[in-house]
Design a protein around this ligand. Sequence first.
Ligand code: GDP
Length: 363
Amino acid sequence: MEHPENDEKYAGLAVNKGIEQPPIVNPYLKRKPRRRLLSAAEYVEGILKGDITVLGQAVTLVESRNPDHQAVAQEVIEKCLPYAGKSVRIGITGVPGAGKSTSIDVFGLHVLKKGGRLAVLAIDPSSERSNGSILGDKTRMEKLSVHPDAFIRPSPSAGSLGGVARKTRETIVLCEAAGFDKIFVETVGVGQSETAVHSMVDFFLLIQLAGTGDELQGIKRGIMEMADGIVINKADGDNVDRAHLAQAQFRSALHLFPLPPSGWTPEVLTYSGYYEIGIAEVWDMIDRYFEFVRKNGYFDEKRRQQEKYWMYETINEHLKANFYNNDTIREMLAAKQQLVLSAKQSSFMAAADVLKFYFDNKG
Ligand code: GDP
C-alpha cells in the first residue's frame, strides 16, 4: 500500500512560507567607542603618578602579543627604568594547597601596616599545557584585593615560561616606577618556574607543609638550595608537633648544603597563615636577611647578576621568536620533522639544513 505521506495533500510535507529574518546586527545598539591607546608618554605620566588604572593598562600592553602594543610597551618600560629598582622583591613558592594565597593575604596586610605599597604578581606557565592555570585567575587574596595600596595581577596567560617570566620581570619595572616598594612574585612549586622567579627576586621564600615524616623526599634539591627561608605552614591545632618535626628535618637537611653565595644561612620557621600565628616572626626573618645582604653588598651584587641574566634571556627569546615565527622556516621545519620521524634524515642534518637556510637568508 502506498504510504499516506506520499499523497500530495499530506500536510506534513508542505513547505511553509517563512518570515523575514531579523538583521543579525541590532540596529539600535550603539557601538561603544574603542578605548584609545594612550601614547607612551601618557602611560609613563600615569605610572609615575601612581595611577593604578594606567598601571594596569600598561601591564596589559606588556602582556600583549600585538607588535604595535609591544613597541609602545617597550618604550614605556625604557622610560620607567630610571624610576625602578627601589623595592624589595620577594618570591613565594609552594605546591598547590601549601597555603600561598592565604599566606600572601596575611603577609601582605602585615607589611602594609608599616605603610608603602605592595604589588603581587604571579608566574604560572601551566596554562599553556593544561589549558588552565594552577594558580587560577580568581581573586584569591580577599583582604589584599580590596586594599587601596595593593595591586594584584594574575600570571600573564599562556606562553613559554621564558616569555611569561620576562613579562613579569617587565611588570616589576612598571610597578616600581608607580611607587610600589614591595613586590611579591608568586609561583607554584612545580617545574621550572622557581628558577625564573629566583632570577628576579631578592629573597626566595619556600612554603612547605608538614607531612608524614618523609616530606623531604618530594622536594627537589635545587629548590631548597634556592630558598633563603623555608616556612612550614599550617602549624596550628594538632598539626603543631608535626610542623616542628618538619622544621627540625629541614634544618638538618639544610646543613648538608654549602653556604649560599649570600653568606646567609637559610632559616626554617613554622607559622599558620590561616590562624595568623607567627606572621611577624616570618617577616622579622626577612627583614634580618635584607639587613644582612645590604651590609655585605650581596643585595646589589645579586641584582647586577640578575640584570645580566635578563639581558641574555631577552636576547634568547627574541632570537627564538624570530626563527620560529618565520613562515618559510615553519614550512621547512614541518617537512624536516616528517623526514626525521620516518628516519629518512638524521636530526643533526635536518637541523643543519634549516639553520643554514635561516642564516644564509638573514643578511
Ligand atoms: P595555595 O594553593 O598554595 O594558594 O593554597 P591556599 O591558600 O588556597 O590554601 C589551601 C587550603 O589550605 C585552603 O583550604 C586554606 O584554607 C588552607 N590553609 C591555608 N593556610 C592554612 C593554615 O595556616 N592552617 C590551616 N589549618 N589551613 C590553612
